[in-house]
Design a protein around this ligand. Structure first.
Ligand SMILES: *Cc1c(COP(=O)(O)O)cnc(C)c1O
Length: 345
């Protein structure tokens, strides 16, 4: 019962993504609590497997895992220092603008830092002109660990679409902006790793692929989720079920009520979709609206009522649920929330 998370599968996925980019060091992206699965478990397991470069979004996320990792682990904070949270002790800020860079050099004189370049995504990082103003001072900066940035990175906007012309355009821009840079370079998250060796550079940054999601089609599944059935009832043809009577029984049927809802990441947008919960190999349609803590399921066809019904399993994976909700696997994982009992293997 609850959320089963396979650390073995996460480690196996990390190893197979590392093997796809043999010339590069594979890092690991642990932002948003390792995509909702628990950075406190994932970080030490991946360190034991050999990962040394860990990426989080926020300083607070970095501080949460710093005590769990040995000193040889680098924790890079992708969003950099934030207004109101600039404490980077034990962390490596990713500096995303000239202003951040110059302020950082004043306030953390010898502190290690990384640089993010915007090569066309138009989201975060220094563009060409800004980088030109910073570049020589950044490359010559002396830190406790040596000279220059710990990493120079950029991020691809369309890596999940191999044929998108922006991939090659961003690659060319990254090359042009980092030509002559001897600091380690990083361009690829999961999608970029799969684009091939031109995209690998020195360090890769897989996130979703570790956790079993697209676009890493060969990923081992990482999560399964069983939800407790807390009540069943007979519903007559014509009666409504749940808020708004959004579903009306077309025939006499049996409805199971399950203890999970949109507060647990079962997005309300799944109401009225083709979503099913599973009893072994039998699909039971979710009917009516998803409410905060409860789901209703048509179990008329089941010969016996199980204690639990499964939302995530071999037949219905994170990306399948995402498709039904009109979103991506990342959002389903990151939304799972903290109310499930969690089992690790
Ligand atoms: C989220 C993120 C990643 C990881 O991306 P995936 O698609 O989950 O592999 C890597 N780099 C940056 C800058 C990110 O924001």
């Amino acid at each position: 019962m609850g959320l089963d998370i396979s650390i073995d599968a996460i480690v196996a996925n990390w190893r197979s993504l590392a093997a796809r980019a043999p010339g590069a060091r594979a890092g690991a992206v642990l932002k948003a609590d390792a995509y909702g699965l628990g950075a406190d478990r994932v970080a030490p397991a991946l360190h034991a497997a050999g990962a040394r470069d860990f990426f989080v979004a926020l300083p607070s996320e970095g501080r949460a895992i710093r005590p769990l990792l040995p000193g040889d682990a680098r924790i890079l904070v992708l969003s950099g220092p934030l207004p109101g949270d600039a404490d980077m002790a034990g962390l490596i800020p990713v500096l995303n603008s000239a202003e951040q860079f110059f302020r950082d050099r004043v306030t953390r004189r010898k502190g290690a830092f990384a640089i993010q370049l915007d090569t066309g995504m138009n989201r975060l990082g220094m563009e060409r002109a800004e980088w030109a103003a910073v570049r020589s001072e950044a490359l010559a900066a002396v830190t406790g660990d040596g000279t220059g940035p710990a990493l120079v990175l950029s991020h691809l906007a369309n890596a999940d679409e191999p044929d998108h012309p922006s991939n090659a355009a961003q690659l060319a821009e990254f090359r042009a902006m980092t030509d002559g840079v001897t600091a380690p370079r990083s361009l690829s998250a999961t999608g970029g790793i799969l684009l091939g060796p031109d995209y690998h550079f020195d360090v890769t940054r897989p996130g979703i692929g570790l956790y079993g999601g697209a676009p890493f089609a060969d990923a081992r599944p990482v999560v399964s989720l069983d939800l407790p059935v807390i009540q069943t009832r007979a519903v007559r043809a014509g009666e409504g079920v749940g808020y708004g009577y959004a579903w009306t029984a077309p025939r006499d049927c049996r409805i199971a009520t399950v203890a999970a809802g949109y507060a647990d990441g079962i997005l309300r947008a799944l109401s009225g979709s083709e979503l099913s919960l599973w009893a072994g190999d039998r699909a039971c349609p979710v009917v009516g609206r998803v409410s905060m803590d409860l789901l209703t399921v048509d179990v008329t066809e089941l010969p016996d009522m199980p204690d639990a019904l499964s939302l995530l399993n071999e037949r219905q994976r994170v990306d399948d649920v995402a498709r039904l909700a009109g979103t991506i696997g990342y959002e389903i994982l990151a939304s799972l929330g903290t109310r499930y009992p969690r089992n690790w293997s």
